[in-house]
Design a protein around this ligand. Structure first.
Ligand SMILES: Nc1ncnc2c1ncn2[C@@H]1O[C@H](COP(=O)(O)OP(=O)(O)OP(=O)(O)O)[C@@H](O)[C@H]1O
Ligand SMILES: [Mg+2]
Length: 272
């Protein structure tokens, strides 16, 4: 709808939303502006679960590099703005953002934006309330020069509040890749994340079981509950934790790990 007014029903992503309050009009304007700003990016995929520590960042990093290995131009955005672990996983801590509008830093051909480039020490806490977190995420979307990209992968923080909500409201996403582990508690939280996404009009592209120990469990529960595709699994593998701690991308270092992530990336690309 061109110029929505209070009382109108409009489509946002897959959801129909009633414009009940002027603030919704404001968000819609921001969303439209961001859509224009990101028009050089063909696909935007979020990696998400409300549960902490299931492997969202690990999945986002390795998925980004899998897509790069497949020949795509890839960007990686760290939406975990107060705990920007992505920089540790990529061994880029200490790199400083020098330009505004923001210029992504590059690691082996993948473009990266993270609040880690604003701090000189990742041990120093970033203590921000929700509105500042939301503002920083908007800033990343509105003022980063990504250039042309095939895929932008967004690493979400856990939870169902500020940062995930901002992303769902502001960005037209292809959808979310949900991450679970075999445990029921992780599956319950992935299901909750999926339900929030659907309510906010964001598609679920599929679920991945990380830290799998054999027969798939958590992902089966999630796929059944959300009626989404089970895209694959990544084994529990100490090499993944060790290499990530060393700032090396596991997929680049190890062929069997690469195969696991490439399989998932291929299934995601097939959806085009
Ligand atoms: N398949 C795996 N095998 C072994 N260790 C893994 C695997 N996946 C992730 N890890 C390790 O588990 C820890 C948590 O992973 P990660 O930081 O990616 O989770 P997260 O969901 O992003 O966490 P947060 O919610 O804090 O953002 C890290 O130390 C990571 O190296
Ligand atoms: Mg993380």
């Amino acid at each position: 709808m061109e110029n929505p007014k209070i009382g109108d029903n409009i489509n946002v992503g897959n959801a129909s939303v009633k414009v009940e309050h002027p603030s919704i009009l404001n968000v819609l304007k921001q969303r439209e502006n961001i859509k224009k700003r990101l028009s050089g990016i063909k696909h935007r995929i979020g990696v998400y679960s409300a549960k902490g520590g299931v492997g969202k960042t690990t999945t986002a990093v390795n998925l980004a590099f899998a897509l790069k290995e497949m020949g795509y131009k890839v960007g990686l955005m760290d939406a975990d703005v107060d705990c920007p672990n992505l920089a540790l996983f990529l061994g880029i801590e200490g790199l400083q953002a020098a330009e505004y509008p923001l210029k992504p830093v590059e690691k082996d051909g993948v473009k990266i934006i993270t609040t880690a480039v604003f701090v000189d020490d990742l041990r120093r806490p970033i203590i921000w309330r929700g509105p500042i977190i939301a503002k920083m995420i908007r800033e990343f979307f509105e003022n980063t020069n990504w250039g042309e990209l095939d895929y932008l992968i967004i690493d979400l923080p856990p939870g169902t509040s500020d940062a995930p909500l901002s992303i769902m409201q502001l960005l037209e996403l292809d959808g979310f890749l949900l991450v679970t582990t075999p445990q029921h508690v992780a599956a319950v939280n992935a299901i909750k994340s999926g339900r929030m996404s659907k309510r906010m009009g964001v598609s679920i592209l599929g679920v991945v079981e990380n830290m799998s120990t054999g027969e798939l469990r958590g992902s089966v529960e999630v796929a059944k509950s959300l009626e989404c595709e089970l895209l694959g699994s990544i084994k529990m593998n100490d090499k993944i934790a060790r290499m990530s701690d060393e700032g090396k991308v596991p997929l680049v270092e190890d062929e069997s790990i690469k195969e696991e992530y490439i399989n998932i990336a291929r299934k995601l690309c097939k959806r085009e």
